[in-house]
Design a protein around this ligand. Sequence first.
Ligand code: MG
Length: 453
Amino acid sequence: MSARILVVDDVDVNVRLLEAKLTIEYYDVLTCNSGAAALELAAEHQPDLILLDVMMPGMDGFETCRLLKARAETRHIPVVLVTALDGREDRIRGLEAGADDFLTKPIDDVVLFARVKSLTRLKQVMDELREREESSRRMGVEGEGAARLRSEGGRVLIVDDNAAQAEKIAAELGREHRVAIETDPEAAMAAAKGPLDLIIVNVAAESFDGLRVVALAKSGDARRAPILAIVEPSERPRMVKALELGATDILPRPVDPEELSARVRTQIRRKRYTDFLRQKLDSSLEMAVTDALTGLHNRRYMTGQLQALVGRAAHGGAPVAVLVLDIDHFKSVNDGFGHDAGDEVLAEFAVRLATNVRAVDLPCRMGGEEFVVVMPGASLDDAQMVAERIRRDIASAPFRVMGGKEQLTITISIGVAATTGDGDTPEGLLKRADEGVYEAKASGRNKVITKAA
Ligand SMILES: [Mg+2]
């Protein structure tokens, strides 16, 4: 889906011009002529980016930006202020009002699209992460709270061969952050292996290719750290290239200390917010495919994997076998020793199961005391051999529970089935293996029953 952009300018010709440029590039464009209308449209249509003119009668761009950033429903939308040329004062005021970036009039097409692309891409990633956070909050998983994320104390690496400039930057940033300087890109890449919140690269360096450093940083260990590229304002193609290669922001030389501080603070806050959400996302993704008690794969994961493997087998791929395993008389463990002891048995069972299958097999807990092992590439004979090994290992040594106070003899019943190369389905395969379990239970338990089609 193409990004939606809101263009705000009091002069109609300016609006039409930007609208035309953006529409040609397939952006979905909304327009209006005042700050008040912008606030309404932004809340209603949730654009991915707002291009906001600074000089407007009534509510100007700064005030509009401040209000957009103060309201929960529009706070997350990136705002690019469109300022007059040489508007240093405007840039500082804009950053204080919460603007994410600036464009100067007359607007340069190449810079416009590089900026729009980079900000809308970032916005889409943030949206996805925010959505995940919302849904985990609805499920009652409340974390530390993104509100506690700070923008000071960041770990910043400066890669610059211009000693005077690097030291000036380090002195300015050193008041709030922990700063390191590297004059050599090789050493910089080694330093970038540690945790970093921001990398500042002088793209106009004389002794190394700054663009190459940007590209390297984006592909290595530090790829999640934002990159602030310092550029020579006259070198437009290099500026654009830096953004294309993944620089998250650019700062023209000579470096203005106040603007630098403000941009660094914004980048670090954003980085920490993304880290925070990503961390939550990783653990919820893991929860989605893993059984919490045993650490084995869960039913949902098994179902997806088996579906794919049986599908491949049906189209001439390698065969696949399944084991269905059920712990004998498990109810009597729970009834006699309590559910904690039952959980201990399940956890120990999972360990013995995982150590007796082949490296490529997928041991899963279906729920309760029922387990499944999916065996890619295994024939019925291979699977029977592994099943027999598991059965023997479970029965051979008692399970110690309740801190070693009790030793329980545990046995299992296992059903085995494999694809035949003719009309196999995951359901059919599991059903045959289930029938094997049923027969094992009916004929005395602690058995492996193999079911040919
Ligand atoms: Mg204007």
